[in-house]
Ligand binder design. Structure first.
Ligand SMILES: [Zn+2]
Length: 480
């Protein structure tokens, strides 16, 4: 597989430390609020990446943290702890907030067919790991104490700006959310490894440490959790592009200083979902969640389909109109799959050819729009329906759009409708109840010897681009 690497700024052949095995880490959600669909775009694309790697034959160990402590309202360690903010907003405890929004996150993932990673670890469950790493960083001079907190000293590194596609202004501490600079820091890019009670008196969760009672910074949790479950050599680190700086830069700094060797060679960043006016933030208009999509009548998988149509390294422009177009396309695709008959033997040669082509095309920097095209190509392939269905089912191991299940449900729905209206008259079509009803009405007219009406309906359907063919015991129709 060829994958763009944010650390080297180029597309590279993906290689792993242990052949055939991928140690993969994903930055998980901060569970103080519902997940925005823009964040879920990252989890969808990472899910496709994981499934592609498994499809390509790798054994994947995927680890994800759940941030339930230490992530402040500015990624640059200033402001209030987001969890505490959530707890105050809802008048609940931090642990209640964490449980509620963790469950909500995984509900969204289920609806979007996002597989749960092999290991899911809340940050509060690995305090000992962080203390172990921080202690060594203090002992070796990479970290220092100031104002009751432990800071990582970025000046000790020869190379800090690893994802240097950010300009200097973006790197300025505190700029992101207009909060004050931390005067304890020796260098502007230093970051907190451990906070003590001196920082926040009302912090709900605190632990004992060699530096006083307190809690870990946000960045240290990903290094600690990854080293615990992925080992010292990580192959692939994923996250949203907004995590690249300072979060991932800081993860690399502390991990490599602790380990004394390179930590993770490959970095995968998913770009933003924006509205047509620019960045989509929580403060502009409606807060977009999976629940809101459902309330408005969208199938969450239509959103997954929408995401797959564009490349993960491009900004995806969200509008209701764009989502409507995607949803219509998804329904049309399902109708076309529903029209296939699961009869005959699978042509193994054709199946193998399609699979190999898919593997190669999608393996070019996770080209999901090519994967979508491959499904349409399978529908048009010169082979029998059983082979087409087998090929589409195989592709869906990566796409996870429930293509066969939803198409089968459509087929069943169409068949049920026909039985209630027309006895033994079976209509096979592309799963559109309105068209089925017209085809049935045409049959009723013919039965009543009202041929003029039957012809009129046939012409009406033809004008809509629908061709009806009489078959034994019923009729079949298709869009031409
Ligand atoms: Zn992280």
């Amino acid at each position: 597989m060829y994958l763009y690497n944010s650390a080297t700024h180029k597309k590279e052949e993906f290689k792993t430390h242990t052949p055939g095995r991928v140690e993969m880490y994903t930055c998980g959600p901060t569970v103080y609020h519902f997940a925005h669909i823009g964040n879920l775009r990252s989890y969808i694309m990472e899910d496709v990446l994981e499934k592609y790697l498994r499809f390509a034959g790798y054994d994947v160990n995927r680890v994800m943290n759940i941030t339930d402590v230490g992530h402040l309202s500015s990624d640059a360690d200033t402001g209030e702890d987001k969890m505490l903010k959530g707890a105050k907003r809802e008048n609940k405890t931090v642990m209640d907030i964490a449980k509620f929004y963790t469950d909500a996150f995984f509900d969204d993932c289920r609806k979007l067919n996002i597989k749960t990673p092999d290991v899911v670890q809340p940050a509060t469950g690995c305090i000992g790991e962080y203390i172990k790493i921080i202690s060594k960083l203090v002992d070796t001079g990479y970290a220092y104490l100031a104002g009751g907190n432990v800071y990582f000293d970025s000046s000790k590194l020869e190379r800090y700006y690893i994802f240097n596609d950010h300009d200097e202004e973006d790197l300025a501490v505190g700029v992101r959310e207009g909060v004050e600079e931390d005067s304890n820091k020796r260098n502007k890019n230093d970051f907190v490894l451990w906070f003590t009670k001196s920082k926040f008196e009302d912090q709900a969760l605190k632990w004992d440490s060699p530096w006083g009672v307190g809690y870990p910074g946000w960045h240290i949790e990903c290094s600690g959790i990854s080293m615990k479950y992925n080992g010292e050599y990580l192959d692939l680190h994923c996250g949203g592009v907004d995590n690249a700086f300072p979060h991932h830069t800081n993860e690399i700094a502390q991990s490599e200083s602790y380990l004394g060797h390179p930590w993770c060679p490959h970095w995968f960043h998913v770009h933003h979902l924006n509205d047509p006016a620019g960045k989509m933030s929580k403060s502009k208009g409606e807060f977009l969640t999976v629940s809101l999509l459902e309330e408005k009548g969208y199938d969450p998988l239509a959103y997954r389909w929408f995401c797959l149509q564009s490349h993960y390294r491009k900004t995806l422009v969200f509008s209701w109109e764009n989502l409507d177009n995607a949803a219509a396309g998804y329904t049309k695709l399902l109708s076309r799959i529903a029209a296939l008959k699961p009869e005959g033997d699978v042509d193994q040669a054709v199946f193998g050819e399609c699979r190999a082509k898919f593997l190669q095309q999608v393996g070019n920097d996770l080209n999901t729009s090519m994967a979508v095209t491959a499904v349409f190509d399978a529908l048009k392939a010169k082979t029998n329906d059983a082979t087409k269905l087998a090929v589409i089912g195989e592709f869906d191991k990566v796409l996870s759009l429930s293509l066969l299940e939803k198409a089968a449900a459509l087929r069943e729905k169409a068949a049920q409708m026909v039985q209630t209206g027309g006895g033994d008259y079976v209509i096979t079509g592309e799963g559109d109840p309105d068209v089925d009803a017209k085809v049935l009405a045409r049959y009723e007219a013919k039965k009543a010897k009202n041929f003029a009406e039957a012809d009129r309906i046939r012409d009406e359907l033809k004008a809509q681009g629908i061709e009806v063919t009489d078959v034994k015991g019923g009729a079949s129709w298709k869009r031409v």
